[in-house]
Design a protein around this ligand. Structure first.
Ligand code: FAD
Length: 495
């Protein structure tokens, strides 16, 4: 059985986003402390560091002294920020920031804010650099960049001396050419390699091919020696894990070399340590879905190969009042097939986003003002839903409130077309119905959930996916735990 309750808005004052189950919470912000208010303050010319614009070198001892709310410095990736003026504007609350007071908060930051562009948000709070960089370099299990400063000439790069197991899984690459094509081949040795694990972009001779291998990311990043045409092809030999990136030469010249390695070239690091990559996508249509929700259709560049897996989200980035703002959105399908016999396959070139426009929302107002033909930056996908969990589920419950419906669209399509034992049933429960609503009414509660989320057998394999505003998700997860479901059986969609 699949249960999909309908829009059921539950906003806590000042907070309508989703939060991690048991992870980061959002706190209500005081009036006048919104993100837009923060941006205004940073543009006001006020000295936010207390150093009158001077940048200093900060020692670890000095950093440690600034560990109070009224004098709080935090180091992120080697840069030190005075976050005291930001405290009241922080959606995660003062206590969350204070966890990193006077210390290197990089790891903490990455756990909850990896996607937030803090360099832009906190640039007016920059105190300076750490004198001795206290953060560890990204945890690479292989990087050959330093040895590979020389031009790429088609030879397979030498690897650093690695432990036997790391060596076994580290991908490698090679390239060859014909009169009109350049083919870059990546050998991943991953047996179930597929198109969703390969993300390729080629912009102005800069080629970036990211391949996900387990929880690691392998990168080919090259400033190509010659220009190539806009469209590229990706071929995957799934069983042997071989990936081919095929580029069309602009001129039929013979390339003496592939190009110059760029910063991340030939590195194999944990996916979470790889920075988000953005490409500009064109807005091709905007359709009204409800009074406040629109379906945005974005077109990927021809030189991008990107497929967003079911259950994953992307980030949109816009510059608003001079500050880069990033927000997550979950792609949907343009429509759901009526009979669920055939999977509804997106064409690979378009991304559909169903977005609620808030009348006072910072990001969605700017988004709504985009004109057809305008461009917006779209990131690589993120998310940790394992498809295998859905494939092996005997009973799947989808609990959605408000725009928390978006991840359920592709999930529903996937579950009903690929998992034969699942049947579809929907329950609508409204928290603020109109007078003529004859159906169920109420807010999420333990008793409400116990009515609908029930195992049909004591030992059946259950998966419960939940998504909605923070209080809905957090309370929902707690109620489900109270009802005896394990964390293994619950998946909360969060960023
Ligand atoms: P905000 O500026 O954040 O405002 C939202 C609301 O809060 C408004 O009503 C505003 O008036 C109020 N508010 C803001 N600041 C304050 C304050 N200081 N005090 C009081 N009230 C305040 N959304 C979708 O529509 N579709 C999706 O597919 C989608 N997918 C998501 C996926 C993930 C993983 C996550 C975490 C979120 C997703 N969201 C989605 C939510 C989305 O990322 C944004 O949070 C949402 O679009 C609001 O952005 P905004 O900047 O316009 O609004």
């Amino acid at each position: 059985m699949l249960n999909v309750p309908p829009p059921q808005p539950f906003p806590a004052p000042g907070s309508q986003q989703r939060a991690a189950a048991g992870g980061r919470s959002k706190v209500p912000l005081k009036p006048g402390r919104s993100l837009m208010d923060w941006i205004r303050l940073t543009k006001s010319g006020k000295d936010l560091t207390g150093l009158k614009g001077k940048l200093i070198e900060v020692t670890e001892d000095e950093l440690a002294k600034h560990n109070k709310k009224e004098d709080c410095w935090i180091c992120i990736r080697g840069f030190v920020y005075n976050v005291t003026p930001y405290m009241e504007y922080h959606p995660g609350g003062e206590d969350e920031l204070m966890k990193a007071a006077g210390t290197d908060g990089t790891d903490l930051f990455d756990q909850v804010h990896r996607w937030v562009n803090y360099e832009s948000m906190l640039k007016e709070c920059l105190v300076g650099r750490m004198a001795v960089k206290p953060i560890a370099a990204p945890k690479e299990i292989s990087s050959t960049l330093s040895e590979e400063k020389k031009q790429l000439n088609g030879m397979l790069p030498e690897k650093k001396v690695l432990g036997a197991s790391a060596k076994d899984i580290t991908p490698s690459y090679d390239w060859f050419q014909t009169e009109s094509l350049i083919t870059i081949v990546v050998y991943t040795k991953q047996k179930d390699m597929n198109a969703e694990l390969v993300i390729v972009d080629c912009q102005d001779k800069r080629l970036r091919g990211e391949i996900i291998v387990g929880d690691h990311s392998y990168l080919v990043e090259i400033d190509l020696d010659h220009a190539v045409q806009e469209d590229l092809t990706v071929n995957i030999a799934e069983k042997v894990g071989k990936v081919e990136i095929i580029l069309k030469k602009k001129d039929k010249t013979h390339w003496k070399m592939l190009g110059q390695p760029l910063e991340g070239h030939n590195t194999f690091i944990r996916q979470v340590d790889r920075g988000l990559f953005y490409r500009k996508c064109k807005l091709v249509s905007k359709t009204e879905v409800t009074h406040d929700t629109k379906l945005f259709c974005l077109l990927l560049p021809k030189s991008t190969h990107l497929q967003i897996p079911t259950g994953q989200h992307i980030y949109l980035k816009q510059i608003i009042a001079g500050t880069e703002i990033v927000k997550p959105y979950t792609p949907v399908l343009p429509f759901l097939p009526l009979d669920f016999k055939e999977p509804s396959c997106p064409d690979g070139a378009h991304i559909y986003l169903m977005i609620k426009i808030y009348s006072c929302g910072l990001f969605t107002q700017a988004l709504d003002h985009l004109q057809i033909g305008d461009y917006i930056s779209v990131s690589n996908p993120e998310g940790n839903l394992k498809k295998s969990k859905v494939q092996t589920a005997e009973e799947l419950f989808l609990l959605a409130a408000g725009t928390g419906f978006t991840p359920m669209v592709k999930l529903l399509n996937f579950a009903l077309t690929e998992v034969s034992c699942l049947r579809f049933e929907v329950q609508f429960i409204l928290s603020q119905p109109t007078k003529d609503w004859a159906g169920r009414q109420g807010k999420i509660s333990s008793s409400l959930l116990s009515e609908f989320v029930k195992r049909s057998r004591k030992d059946s394999k259950v998966l419960i996916c939940i998504c909605g505003p923070t209080p809905f998700t957090e309370q929902g997860v707690q109620y489900l735990k109270d009802l005896g479901y394990s964390l293994e059986e619950i998946h909360a969609f969060t960023a």
